[in-house]
Design a protein around this ligand. Sequence first.
Ligand code: ARG
Length: 580
Amino acid sequence: MTDPQLVLTERVQQALATAFGPEYMGADPLIRPSQFADFQANVALSLAKRLRRAPREVAQAIADALGAAGAGDAFSKIEVSGPGFLNITLNDDWIAEQARLTLQDPRSGVGRSTPPQTVVIDYSAPNAAKEMHVGHLRTTIVGDSLARIQHHLGNRVIRQNHLGDWGTQFGMLIEHLLDIGEANALARLESGETNEYYQEARAKFDADPAFKERSRRRVGTLQSEDPETLRLWHLFMDATIRYFNRVYSLLGVTLTDADIAGESMYNPMLAETCDDLEAAGVAVMSEGALCVFPPGFKGSDDKPLPLIIRKSDGGYGYATTDMTAIRYRVRDLKADRILYVVGADQALHFQMVFAAARQAGWLPDEASAEHIQIGMMLGADGRRFRTRSGESVKLTDLLEEAVERASAAIAERGYDEATRAEIARTVGIGAVKYADLSVSHDSEYIFDFDRMLAFTGNTGPYMQYATARIRSIFRKGGVDPSEVSGPIILGEQAERDLALQLLGFGTVVENAAATAEPHRVCAYLYETASAFTTFYEKCPVLKDDVDPATRTSRLALCALALHVLQSGLNLLGVPVPDRM
Ligand code: ARG
């Protein structure tokens, strides 16, 4: 264990046990970064009441126990301050040694979950019969980062792409396919014209009674699994999925066809869901519909709010599918934790599904279900993101535009055509992804190419540039970063600051996993890149007058910074160019 915050937590807990008895071992030491030292422990303030002693006295007793335990190897100073804070300064040699050990660690200080959990992540989930819009871009990017982080911690990750691939709208979509011709329809779907296609079908449905009637009948033959209708449905879906896959491959996300678990998959199980909920007394008939009334949910009229499991016409809905899916994920996939990375506007739906599933015993206490709310993507005008003509934006066009803009931004740098195209792709896509990840996932977010493509600030290009710059130090010095190993000596303040910053990577990744907040990784990487910049300004690495021991030490710090930045960006799914 090399992360100071974890080491401190453990040592202070031991000191608590020594000073006050073993029952205090489990108290949270409340370690925080401090203005006056490296860290402060605030536990004395919270324990004072329980111990019936003055906070400063409690703090002093902890300090004495820490000192007596020979903590001197890690800490150079432990001071009681203010109302009862414990200010802790780390020993330079200890930091240097931990940094050296972290450099040797292929995981750069990131631990593993013990025991590993099974984490089901429901993300991306575009609707085949409507449009794949920028909101789906964000759930795809955030969900994929969560999957990478969980996987890196050694958890068993099961991706579930809950496609909207079933429902009554398929009646008109299939009839429209027959009207305009299979080949033509499939080509258009595959090229991403799904939204126009939907709108055309919708317009005919509203205007043409004969089309409406055909569509109705088609819903019936789809539900009764008529082979020809199923064939057409498969054609429609396959073409649509080919388009989704183009977006996924442009984005470089880890989703594959094996992760598709769309609404249609649950169709054969929906009747059983209703029967079981009814037999268990969890669902009841109300005004002809089968409903669950999870406790605590009330409508504006103060009446209990229903989660409708079967409509009065006998049809199933979104909630039926989600009840079926949650049962499947716990019972069959053995999920310990389920993350639903879905728009914030569906918050009530998920709260009710989770509560109903608890009521039914389908979501036991040991398992958690969490809605990772995705805030809406806004245009520069602060309204829902659209093109200038008011249509929704085709995602492949949006991503291509990011790449073109990145290409223009690096035009002056004199790369040959192929290199420039490769860098532009990495920078353009990286910028879009990083922008989505760097703000907290539930806040609304303004899509702004200029801001996301800026080479300064907490942006993708800045982070990519920071890693490229470190790599160029190694290229210039003729040194392979995987072959440096220290020892590390911390002479300058900037060296100490950088080393301490780099030791915090493991804690940040674990926190990001626990809270399902990738933006914590972004914030940390940005601080790290800034600490590196200060270090690099103050501490020359390759200059002739740098003595060999200092050069070795500084190269080791550069190598550790490179590992941490690269693996951090990898956890975000942000690609890293070799040079920039
Ligand atoms: N297809 C839905 C939409 O676009 C999202 C599905 C999310 N997952 C779920 N299990 N409901 O709004």
